[in-house]
Design a protein around this ligand. Structure first.
Ligand code: NAP
Length: 282
């Protein structure tokens, strides 16, 4: 078996086109703009690249760009004040605090200053609670992107066994909640899981979000599994994922590549969340 490749780049482009049309509709029907505020603290080059591509793609969909940059030695109070100003600015529909923050800052406390209806990363305690209780809100972008890929591929979720490798607040936990909402049977594996291969072998849908390059090999995958690779790692040979793509391709039925799988979906979902946030506030 050679796995079919799931094209995240193509789906992300389609979703961005939809957002562009819907942003126009929002502006026409409410007379208001939509704005995304990105907040970057310090000068981590990878964060700068991520923020720049989020800003570029949001501008391309008609969303106004409200970027704030603070120095690496910014204090907790300075970052908090910036977030509060954006929270009170009616031109700002969504606020994204780029992570990781410099180590001296309390990231959780800062994230929680963002009002839930502007929390386009879906990372506040309120957003996590709303997701857990299945109350409408803003869902973290990467898990939302994974769900959109599975939906677009027509993967049957109800009754399927999904194994999520990773339990972070950013990816693993919210993804498990979303899969549960779709009536999948969900197993979450993590660094203390005793026999990872035996656990992942049970999966009909396997989602790798461990942050360990090529953690998942052929021995972790039962024949016919749908494999979604969330991991991103920069190597001298280019970007690679948590899944050993070449090994997995012979076992999986469908698989996302890295790059070109989940990555582009994350930004598309950010733009969708910004649009949704604008409606939530209108
Ligand atoms: P994270 O916060 O470091 O969490 C990693 C999770 O994986 C933890 O729950 C950890 O378990 C688990 N884990 C680590 N080693 C493991 C092992 N050997 N076996 C099983 N589980 C293991 O990472 P994250 O923020 O969720 O991100 C995960 C990956 O996705 C990273 O490569 C990141 O770059 C990538 N990512 C990609 C996108 C995108 O747009 N495509 C977005 C976000 C993140 P413990 O809880 O026990 O420590």
């Amino acid at each position: 078996m050679v796995a079919q490749i799931i094209d995240g780049k193509a789906l992300a482009a389609r979703l961005r086109d939809q957002v562009r049309t819907e942003v126009e509709h929002f502006k026409r029907s409410t007379g208001r703009p939509i704005g995304l505020a990105t907040v970057l603290v310090g000068d981590d080059p990878a964060s700068e690249v991520y923020v720049n591509s989020k800003r570029k793609l949001s501008r391309e969909t008609g969303i106004q760009d409200h970027h704030r940059r603070l120095p690496a030695n910014a204090t907790q109070e300075q970052v908090a004040q910036t977030l509060d100003e954006l929270a009170n600015d009616p031109a700002v529909s969504g606020i994204l605090l780029q992570l990781p923050l410099p180590a001296h800052l309390d990231a959780k406390a800062l994230i929680d200053r963002i009002p839930w209806n502007k929390d386009v990363d879906g990372l506040t305690t309120t957003s996590a609670g709303r997701l857990a209780r299945n109350i409408e809100g803003l869902i973290p972008c990467t898990p939302a992107g994974v769900m959109s890929l599975l939906e677009d591929e027509g993967v049957q979720l109800q009754g399927a066994h999904a194994v999520v490798v990773g339990r972070s607040d950013l990816v693993g936990k919210p993804l498990a909640q979303l899969l549960l909402q779709k009536n999948a049977t969900v197993t979450i594996a993590h660094s203390k899981t005793k026999d990872l291969a035996a656990t992942t072998h049970q999966a009909q849908i396997l989602i790798a979000a461990a942050g360990v390059p090529h953690l998942i090999g052929a021995e972790h995958i039962a024949p016919g599994t749908v494999v979604i690779d969330v991991g991103i790692h920069r190597t001298p040979e280019g970007l690679i994922g948590d899944v050993d793509f070449n090994a997995a391709q012979g076992k999986a039925s469908r698989i996302t590549p890295v790059p070109g799988g989940v990555g582009p979906m994350t930004i598309a979902e950010l733009l969708r969340n910004t649009l949704k946030a604008a409606w939530l506030q209108s």
